[in-house]
Design a binder for this molecule. Structure first.
Ligand code: NAD
Ligand code: DAU
Length: 352
């Protein structure tokens, strides 16, 4: 049997595919459009693996997706494909609407038609797992409890609104057509292979290059941080034992202000790679203009996943962040390849 993983050359998708092929006998078809965020280098260790098949293409291309579903007799779809960066959605939302809403719609339709034509046994096993975000619940105040699966959606950015719309389509395809779906709403991921437009890899890269570590506004916004491999483990558990039609929140029980995050990574870097002038990387922290509509706090209540599927994160923020910093230090070549080309253009546009 085979699973289809979309957005497989991105950050979470590539971690998921690598972990999956390490522990499962099922083949993987990786589908990715290879936008600026897709990087085949993330998957290069699978080049000679006969259980992995990479296809460049769009989740919105119904002919392509239908042919892949048929050809590989796909048993499950895991949909990571998305435009994922909030700041880019603020500057130019068009691609977010295209992929996160229309792309999700087209993928659902391809899945529905394929699933309908499966014989009864294969139909029973088919699953469509959609990856979403804690941002769809909107911003919490400091006294609010963490978001749980029953909370209503209040997205505030073009990115989170597009993810919320995609989630609603997934729900509708379950309610109306009985497509066997799961929706997984996750907190901020961090770990290997994350594109350095996001806070943690951006600050690791800038720290090593002696550049400013940009903190938006006062740095007191709070995010809940989840080590990417814990997220991958949760997705595997949900695929195996999740209840069809359900939503599962995945979080790290690890709320931090942005300033705390950057200070922690500076301390780890100070210990692992002392600067030649012996000063702390924290001296590079620079407060810059705030993000428009910057949500104050996200936090995830992941107790349903623990109660029903016995999942909880293995990493604390401290152990996960140390592993992450070490990975970037050991993979400078990856970093250098990633930051050539389009990346420079983005940094100029966003931070100049
Ligand atoms: P990413 O930007 O690193 O990767 C996205 C991948 O999708 C890229 O490889 C890109 O080429 C591909 N892609 C984009 N449009 C496509 C299309 N139309 N067809 C096929 N492929 C396409 O993103 P990520 O951080 O790995 O996030 C993966 C998913 O998880 C997204 O749905 C995102 O909304 C969600 N999510 C991310 C986080 C996080 O902290 N990174 C947290 C919660 C949820
Ligand atoms: O919460 C889940 C979401 O986490 C995912 O759905 C998104 O796909 C993912 O990109 C992430 O969104 P954030 O906006 O939280 O991630 P980002 O790394 O861009 O920013 C984290 C926090 O750090 C946020 O409050 C903004 C702040 N920040 C970010 C950057 C890039 C800065 O202060 N400076 C920066 O340069």
């Amino acid at each position: 049997m085979t699973i289809l993983v979309t957005g497989a050359a991105g950050f979470i998708g590539s971690n998921f595919v690598l972990d999956w092929l390490n522990q499962s006998k099922e083949d993987v078809v990786s589908l990715d459009l290879l936008t600026y965020a897709g990087n085949l280098e993330n998957l290069c260790s699978l080049n000679d693996n006969p259980h992995h098949h990479f296809v460049q293409g769009d989740i919105g291309d119904r002919n392509l997706v239908s042919s892949l579903l048929e050809k590989y007799q796909v048993r499950a779809i895991v949909n990571f494909a998305a435009e994922s960066h909030v700041d880019r959605s603020i500057l130019e939302p068009t691609d977010f609407i295209g992929t996160n809403i229309l792309g999700t719609y087209n993928l659902l339709e391809s899945a529905r038609i394929y699933c309908n034509n499966l014989d009864q046994n294969l139909k029973q096993d088919f699953r469509f797992l959609h990856i979403s975000s804690d941002e769809v619940y909107g911003s919490l105040s400091s006294s609010d409890p963490p978001s749980n699966e029953r909370d209503s959606y209040k997205p505030n950015s073009p990115y989170s609104a597009s993810k919320a719309a995609g989630d609603h389509l997934v729900r509708a395809w379950f309610q109306t057509y009985k497509l066997p779906v799961f929706t997984v709403n996750s907190a901020n991921n961090y770990g290997p292979y994350q594109f350095p437009e996001k806070l943690i890899p951006l600050c690791i890269l800038n720290a090593l290059q002696g550049k400013p570590l940009p903190i938006y506004g006062d740095g007191q916004q709070i995010r809940d941080w989840l080590y990417v491999k814990d997220h991958c483990a949760a997705i595997r558990e949900i695929l195996k034992h999740g209840q069809i039609g359900e939503t599962y929140n995945v979080g790290g029980w690890s709320e931090k202000t942005n300033l705390e995050v950057v200070e922690s990574l500076c301390s780890i870097l100070d210990a692992l790679k002392l600067k030649s002038n012996s000063k702390s990387y924290a001296n590079q922290i620079t407060f810059v203009k705030d993000r428009l509509g910057h949500d104050k706090r996200y936090a995830i209540d992941a107790s349903k996943l623990e109660r029903e599927l016995n999942w909880k994160p293995e990493e604390t923020f401290e152990t996960g962040l140390r592993k992450t910093v070490l990975w970037y230090l050991e993979n400078e070549a990856w970093m250098h390849h990633v930051v050539s080309g389009e990346y420079q253009h983005w940094i100029q546009k966003q931070y100049s």
